[in-house]
Design a protein around this ligand. Sequence first.
Ligand SMILES: [Zn+2]
Length: 136
Amino acid sequence: MNSVKQKVSYLKGYIDGLHIDSETKEGKVIKEMVDILECMADEICSLKNSNGEIKEYIEQIDNDLINVEDEIYGLSEEIIDEGCEYNDEDFEEIKCPSCSESIFIDKTLFQSNEHLECPNCRYNMVLCCKEKEKTE
Ligand SMILES: [Zn+2]
């Protein structure tokens, strides 16, 4: 791995090997530059590390979010499926014999001959496949 830190270490070792006089103007500048480079390399290294941690953390959150989305979308799909059952073809319009209010009823209710109370006038009807009979 050729990290910035390794390169700076190499450069520092190389400069040390040259035995540059740190009391000269050039020596002072070079020493200062190497210090700055070392400092930058440290910063970059720690940024990389924390970046890796953040990336890991985001991936964790992303995975959790996928689970949550699955649950929410799974639920809404169920709701949509239920909603699809209530299309117009499954309903029959009848008129209340008492108040003439139009009532939409599920066809499955028709077939089971159940009693139905008019939501408008509370008139009690018997639901039948072919005709609607009065109960009273
Ligand atoms: Zn009615």
